[in-house]
Unconditional design. Structure first.
Length: 154
């Protein structure tokens, strides 16, 4: 998706999602097998259920039909970001402080491009995680992704 279209879509959909009390996490737009998909990921402190996704999908459908920012046909899907949700915005790093995360980087940090540890937060332009008893600072400009590590209580 071009940067211009992505920015335009985010401007159109993020506000209405947040006005309904949900968090806009991120979206993707792409072609799979000849069919275009707009996937919007939302969250809520109490979790996301099917009713939430349907409610947001209906609301966004009306908004997108009115403005018609996407040329041609596409399928709109709304869902939760999952238990392994990505951390993208600064507020994500605050909200999920003291949770386990996997940080993938474009170049090695401590000899690895994938580091798992306890998220301690942000410090300037660095992500701080605790690996074992050691704190590791990772520059955000080499980070390709940060995801929660699902924790299961069995």
């Amino acid at each position: 998706m071009g940067t211009g279209l992505k920015k335009k879509l985010e401007e159109i959909i993020s506000g209405p999602i947040e006005k309904l009390g949900y968090e806009y996490v991120y979206m993707t737009y792409g072609n799979e097998g000849g069919q275009w998909f707009l996937r919007v990921f939302i969250d809520h402190p109490e979790g996301i259920g099917l009713d939430d996704c349907e409610k947001i999908a209906r609301h966004l459908s009306r908004i997108l039909d009115e403005g018609d920012p996407i040329p041609g046909r596409y399928i709109l899907e709304v869902s939760s970001p999952g238990l392994d949700r990505p951390l993208i915005k600064d507020r994500d790093f605050e909200r999920f402080k003291d949770h386990m995360v996997v940080v993938k980087t474009t170049s090695a940090v401590n000899g690895r491009r994938k580091n798992e540890g306890l998220l301690k937060g942000l410090l300037g332009d660095e992500i701080i995680i605790e690996v074992g008893k050691e704190e590791l600072s990772i520059a955000r400009d080499i980070v390709s992704s940060v995801n929660l590590v699902p924790q299961y209580n069995i």
